[in-house]
Design a protein around this ligand. Structure first.
Ligand SMILES: CC(C)(COP(=O)(O)OP(=O)(O)OC[C@H]1O[C@@H](n2cnc3c(N)ncnc32)[C@H](O)[C@@H]1OP(=O)(O)O)[C@@H](O)C(=O)NCCC(=O)NCCS
Length: 175
């Protein structure tokens, strides 16, 4: 199914636009990871979402670390002008598929309890709360919720991902 967007591994040339997307997407001033150093981090895997316009515009960024079979989501951000179109879902699907192909057993992340859009996205992908990290976010002192997926390789989870892939591509093909 043809869609007018592409997701590519992050390159040095993408960094200024990707960092600008992150700044616009997060309402807090807390920096995510420094992308230039993340490109040198062998645990890290980052992707940018681009339009197919000429020149392509970076409208999303997502990244994870793979540590001993645990895919740890570091960031997922969609430019505010492109939200609620299925693009965050496509980025998250891409991260999970990439991590699974590299041998990840399970995915974990931290999220602010106040971040309902992100929590809803993660619930759609089967993430469930497994704990809290007290006062995790230095800007507000908010706790972090820790969310985890079921085993990525389980037939049930792979069926869920396949369904989400079909849904996402059908949605994005309407652009
Ligand atoms: C979280 C974020 C990446 C979602 O991206 P998005 O492209 O808008 O999300 P999608 O359109 O792909 O939505 C997929 C699902 O997420 C959930 N969702 C996304 N935004 C939502 C909102 N504002 N309210 C409720 N549910 C929402 C829904 O379940 C949605 O499925 P549906 O469209 O079938 O209802 C985006 O809001 C963002 O960049 N937020 C700022 C950065 C951030 O907080 N990242 C997460 C850090 S832990």
């Amino acid at each position: 199914m043809a869609i007018p967007f592409q997701i590519d591994p992050l390159t040095p040339a993408d960094i200024p636009a990707a960092e600008a997307v992150e700044r616009r997407a997060y309402s807090t001033v807390v920096a995510q990871k420094e992308l230039a150093s993340e490109l040198k981090n062998w645990l890290a895997h980052y992707f940018v979402l681009k339009t197919m316009a000429q020149p392509a515009e970076v409208i999303g960024l997502a990244g994870y670390w793979l540590i001993a079979g645990d895919m740890h989501v570091i960031t997922i951000a969609i430019d505010p002008g492109w939200k609620r179109a299925g693009l965050g879902q496509w980025l998250l699907f891409t991260l999970l598929a990439d991590a699974h192909s590299r041998g990840a057993d399970v995915a974990t992340l931290e999220v602010r309890p106040s971040n309902q859009p992100a929590i809803a996205l993660y619930q759609k992908f089967g993430f469930e709360p497994v704990g809290r990290r007290p006062r995790y976010y230095p800007d507000t002192g908010e706790d972090a919720l820790i969310l985890t997926t079921p085993p990525l390789a389980s037939p049930e989870y792979q069926a869920r991902l396949a369904g989400l892939k079909t849904e996402t591509l059908a949605r994005l093909a309407q652009f």
